[in-house]
Design a protein around this ligand. Sequence first.
Ligand code: MN
Length: 196
Amino acid sequence: MPSNDPLADYRNKRDLSRSPEPEGGAPSEAPRFVIQKHAARALHYDFRLESDGVLASWAVPKGPSTNPDDRRLAIHVEDHPLDYADFEGVIPEGEYGAGPVIIWDRGTYRNLMADKDEPLSVGESIEAGHVEVWLDGEKLRGGYTLVRIDDEKDQWLLIKMKDDEVDRRRNPVSTQPESVVSGMTIEQMKASAGDE
Ligand code: MN
């Protein structure tokens, strides 16, 4: 059945009666971003931007960098519900994406493409394959570009823009591994589900 529901893919992949993951959510005043560290079959960081009532999402295997020389592969994945921005926990074994999730960073963002001569919404920027946002997070600040490099595989690169927030040595993915919400590492989150 054809559907205009942006979350159809999300729901089709999951059994939400078995997984603790959220189903919906309402928009906030300032658009939010979240970066979740997710130890599924392969560890990755899910980079999500609130846009058009959902969280547009990319899976970034190496996570974001504060060094503009780094070009981090980002695979565009299915939209997620807005409440996912508050989710951390353990997706049970046997379910889609099984494994622990922590909120590695979060905050609000500004759409830098809205300030151009031909302004674009985030949704339009995704269509066009070039997104520019200013993040105000707890770990990450400053401009980030997402640029599509492969239409067929929907592969993108996540790159720090050159601005005052550049730090070539900081490497927050390794030096600040814990959740900004619970303070837990991904290993502690995994262990927290051990007794269920
Ligand atoms: Mn994920």
